[in-house]
Write a protein that binds this ligand. Structure first.
Ligand code: MTE
Ligand code: LUZ
Ligand code: MOS
Length: 768
């Protein structure tokens, strides 16, 4: 089944926030944001700006009727700056005018004076100054000191990853409408309608029931709208509440790039120990996360880094610690993988380090240490349904690995200035919110008297196809054609208290809740059929292709006529469903538990060609064997794997976020921030579906697929370092992502190993 949005998407008819019909009297909002990354506000004068044509209101923190606070996990983020600013792009005032142009013109007339405070952009520097968020977290298993004494080989180093811009096509935005009795209805481009509802209620000092949040779909979220849609919906609602007019706030791309946080950059120190046979027996890491100016989701992201610190490998003795560091950058936030990719990069670097030093094939160490069933993760969960080795071996078979290695070697022999590289990348990703209380969802189903069905869930459609999957759940339960089913908007008045659509769990949680609701309606209809047709029992009643059967005999009753007769017999045709993931739990005081419903596995092989004169590269192929469980929608799921892969490759290669030492974003436009396009994508992406039969908690046994494939992108980095070594054997220890063309060119001609010589340029800041 095709994504149900494809018809309107391809015709440009799909509706986003900026496409909503404009109501009369609408005011347009623009944010006046901080231009200095850390300072006291000495003076803020909006009087001249207020006199500009078309300007109706200019709001500052003094106009906030409730609490000036939007921090979700930790209350450390004002909606509008109070007396200090902490990053460039922080909202200071909100201008409401009769046109966007008038609002922008007024913005230039606002006068502000700052007293500069010291600016920190580097996480290690922040940690050294004690500027950290929450406590340092540590996961442990086994006996470290014994393990180190047993280790035959031991390597230490540093591995760094940069941030990543979400670059959803639809920027952040919201349209808020004042309603009688101090109520607000807001259409928001958010992954978390309930987060937005709570945020608005808090800032306006209202009860949650006064706020209605409605979401049709997002033009992409990728985690960037899990938490960070909230401030913009809050500001639009504040404007609507005070002006009593509809207020629309849609960020321009440059504002969005400047004001919103990104994937967290990490800087990490690792130490890996192997025994004589190259089994990894010890692993220690200290992760430094660059959180930006406020906590946002950083503590949760930090936690997932620890959960995935050993990726798909078994390490019996481990100590991994992570520190969230407060810096003067926009608050970094959720991004596909949610800290997992940052953790996985480091162990891949550590393994590469060992392989380079021992002059063995990196893949040998990887393969030999893959997880097996009945082993344990450092956080206490047992390994079940593990497909690490099966997917790896299937990739080997699929690509004919020996022949592939030989052809790459032969190519490298015969080409002086062109080289190829290969890298395997296994993945293992836990499915569930690591914060156990978030793992539940609700759905609401109405069967209308003509047999058509309206479906509401807490899931937000952001391109990942969750609405299509929800439709399939209804279709399979009732066995009716898809044209009878409509997915309604995600709305807090129909489905309340939703978790954001995130953690790849949107389809599982909401699909299971939806199944509960549909089954209850079906049960009532079956009872009605039994009575109506005087059947002895209901066990043999079947719904098949819009017809009702008993014991495989048609009852000459269509779904429509059944529904209309049931309605006349006063059968309840609406139902809600609730689902809470069973078994999941986690004890943060011990850092042990069973946080995940299940894990998703897979393996990939990336092949790249580099041009050693130009420093350019091109990905020849990525072959993937991915554990889908039993995919309920192979078209949608393949799209998720391809998209996730290329997005992960972009993070590892082209995409370079650069701030200067003053905390100003230099990669502030698409001319300076390069993302993958169709020419960059691998010439071939082969996705093999591994159908796994292991019981799992996935919806219709179709495993969550949203985030895991992003981590195949890490293979791109190590394929590049492999190719570089074929040209310059001394170019080892290159563990600083992204591997841009520039960095690759420098590596090709560097004379000593990266780890020995050059100071890392990690903080990605440039002296300008
Ligand atoms: N795919 C598209 N097209 N657009 C998106 O914004 N977000 C990703 C992933 N795939 C995203 C996407 C992220 S970060 C998550 S958590 C999941 O989709 C969320 O949806 P799911 O829970 O329904 O998989
Ligand atoms: N969001 C969240 C997430 O709040 N908790 C999680 O565990 C998570 N995991 C992945 C992506 N978003
Ligand atoms: Mo995805 S990072 O869980 O929104």
């Amino acid at each position: 089944m095709k994504n149900i949005d494809s018809f309107t998407h391809t015709r440009g008819e799909s509706i986003y926030v900026d496409d909503l019909a404009i109501l009369g009297g609408t005011l347009y909002a623009t944010i006046f944001d901080a231009s200095i990354a850390h300072a006291k506000i000495i003076k803020l004068d909006v009087e001249a700006a207020k006199k500009m044509p078309g300007v109706k209101h200019i709001l500052t923190c003094k106009d906030i009727p409730g609490e000036n606070q939007i921090g979700g996990i930790i209350p450390d983020e004002p909606a509008l700056a109070l007396d200090e600013v902490h990053f460039i792009g922080q909202p200071v005032a909100l201008i409401l005018a009769t046109s966007v142009r008038a609002a922008h013109a007024a913005k230039a007339k606002i006068e502000i004076e700052y007293e500069a405070l010291p600016i920190v952009t580097c996480p290690r520097e922040a940690a050294a100054k004690g500027s950290i968020i929450g406590a340092v977290r540590t996961f442990k298993m086994g006996e470290m000191s014994q393990a180190w004494s047993k280790a035959r080989y031991c390597f230490e180093g540093r591995a760094d990853t940069n941030g990543q811009e979400h670059l959803y096509i639809e920027g952040q935005g919201a349209y808020a409408f004042p309603i009688e009795n101090d109520c607000i209805r807001v259409v928001s481009s958010t992954q978390g309608p309930t987060q937005v509802q709570r945020g608005i209620a808090r800032v306006l000092g209202l009860a949650m029931h006064k706020i209605e949040v409605d979401v049709r779909r997002l033009g992409g979220g990728f985690g960037g709208k899990e938490d960070q849609a909230t401030p913009f919906a809050v500001l639009a609602s504040l404007g609507a509440y005070i002006s009593k007019k509809p207020v629309k706030l849609v960020l321009h791309r440059d504002e969005d790039l400047r004001m919103t946080g990104k994937r967290h950059p990490y800087s990490s120190d690792y130490k890996i120990g192997l025994d004589e046979d190259l089994n990894i027996i010890a692993y220690e890491v200290d992760f430094y996360q660059n959180a930006g100016a406020s906590a946002d989701l950083s503590p949760a992201v930090l936690e997932r880094t620890l959960f995935h610190a050993t990726n798909a490998y078994y390490v019996p003795n481990i100590r991994v610690s992570a520190t969230s560091c407060r810096t003067n950058l926009p608050p970094n936030t959720a991004f596909r993988g949610f800290g997992g990719p940052q953790g996985m990069f480091v162990i891949e670097a550590a393994i590469t380090h060992a392989a380079e030093a021992l002059e063995v094939d990196r893949a040998r160490i990887q393969k030999q240490n893959l997880l097996k069933n009945d082993q344990f993760f450092s956080y206490g969960q047992i390994v079940e349904g593990c497909e690490a080795q099966t997917t790896w071996e299937q990739v080997e078979k699929f690509v004919d690995i020996e022949a592939r290695r030989q052809s790459v070697a032969a190519y490298n022999e015969t080409h002086e200035f062109h080289k190829k590289g290969l890298a395997f990348m296994p993945i293992c990703f836990g499915i569930s919110f690591t914060n156990t209380p978030m793992n539940h969802a609700r759905a609401l189903v109405h069967v209308y008297q003509d047999g058509s069905v309206g479906v509401s869930t807490g899931a937000v459609e952001m391109g990942q196809g969750v609405n299509t999957k929800m439709l399939q759940v209804v279709q399979q339960t009732f066995s009716i054609e898809s044209s009878k089913i409509k997915l309604e908007t995600t709305n807090t008045t129909r489905v309340a208290n939703t978790s954001p659509t995130a953690a790849s769990a949107g389809a599982d949680l909401n699909g299971k809740a939806l199944q509960v609701a549909c089954k209850a309606i079906k049960e009532r209809l079956v009872q009605f059929v039994r009575k109506h047709f005087n059947l002895a029992d209901e066990a043999l009643v079947q719904f098949k292709n819009d017809q009702i059967y008993h014991n495989n005999t048609p009852l000459n009753c269509s779904w429509e006529s059944l529904v209309s007769q049931a309605f006349l017999a006063r059968v309840q045709l609406s139902e809600k469903g609730h689902y809470a993931t069973p078994k999941v739990r986690f004890d943060k005081t011990k850092e042990k538990g069973h946080p995940f419903a299940y894990h998703v596995y897979g393996s990939s092989l990336t092949e790249v060609s580099i041009d050693c004169l130009r420093g350019t590269y091109r990905f020849d192929s990525v072959d993937i064997v991915h554990d889908f469980g039993t995919s309920m929608n192979p078209i949608v799921d393949r799209g998720q794997v391809e998209g996730g892969l290329v997005q992960g490759m972009g993070w590892m290669t082209l995409e370079e976020i650069a701030y200067n030492k003053q905390g100003r974003l230099l990669s502030s436009a698409l001319s300076t921030y390069k993302v993958p396009d169709i020419y960059f994508a691998p010439r071939q992406i082969n996705v093999e579906f591994l159908e796994t039969k292991t019981p799992n908690l996935a919806i219709l046994k179709s495993k969550a697929v949203g985030e895991p494939p992003l981590m195949y992108g890490i293979g791109a980095f190590f394929a590049l370092t492999d190719a570089i070594k074929a040209f310059n054997p001394s170019a080892t220890g290159l563990f600083e992502a992204p591997m841009t063309h520039e960095r690759l060119l420098m590596a090709l001609y560097q004379e000593t190993a990266a780890n020995d010589s050059k100071p890392s340029t990690f903080d990605h800041t440039i002296n300008k």
